[in-house]
Design a protein around this ligand. Sequence first.
Ligand code: SF4
Length: 301
Amino acid sequence: MERFFRRSLNVTMLCKQTWCEMQAVYSLELPLVAKRELERAEVKAGASVHLARELEVHEVVPVRAVTREDRQAINLLNLLGMIPVLQAGGVVRELPVFGVLEGVYMVGVIDELHYSDRGELVLSELKTRRHSSLPREAQAKGHRLQVGLYKLLFDGLVRGFLTRDDFVEHLRLRLEQPLGAAVLQHAGKLGFQVTTLGDLLDVLLLNLRYCELPGIDVLRLEYRHQDSGLALGSQDVPFDEDLLRAELRNLLSYWTGRREPRGVDIEEAWKCGMCAYEKHCQWRGEQLQGSVMLHTDKKPK
Ligand code: SF4
């Protein structure tokens, strides 16, 4: 994390890591290749489906952020605005979650939270697919990790695990820093009279302590075909906190400098054939020196 000047990690970065750790690292080391990848038509199409769904339940308001503290304040305001909706039994989309897991500050955005007919709090994560089929295990593994980590973060928030110190020690934010005019104006419109990030954080921590929201009961992955929008199926993901935390510790051991990154195993060498970093990849180059890789280039049928 120090090498990449990171104070926090995004849940989606850890999901990329489950596909190929070297690829996740290259996405930071070679940002121009990563940018081209993000501009691919299907990535853009996936993002616009998410935005359209978000707009179904709330408005998106542009707010000018000047400092890191401003950006963090907007994040807190977004969460603060969604707590009463959940308390009233409503649906929220693009809900920010954050907190410290296994010693690392993690952030993420939950696609949707709603209550089922039985009163369970359901997390629904939408995945758009280029092909009209459900994902293979190699991809589904990352999706399961994603929703599991979102549950750990959300449940940690509503159980009051977040502290002021997390923002100072992990993110090095200046809690006494006055917020920018645009952020203050937006906070005022939402009914929060604050001056600094610390003030806003205190409001959030109080709200979380007394909100009495439940933890997430159901983790659901929903797959849709990107072009037609047709539902391809949904899967409920089992939650085993011990297993999930063990997997997380293994992934984080790279980011906290305790081991080198790893590329894919020989059995998954087909992933390299569809990887934007293939020609730069040191791991792939080393593997190609062995002859086995040459015969496993194609994705298995
Ligand atoms: S070429 Fe293969 S090992 Fe290298 S980053 Fe891409 S998927 Fe990973």
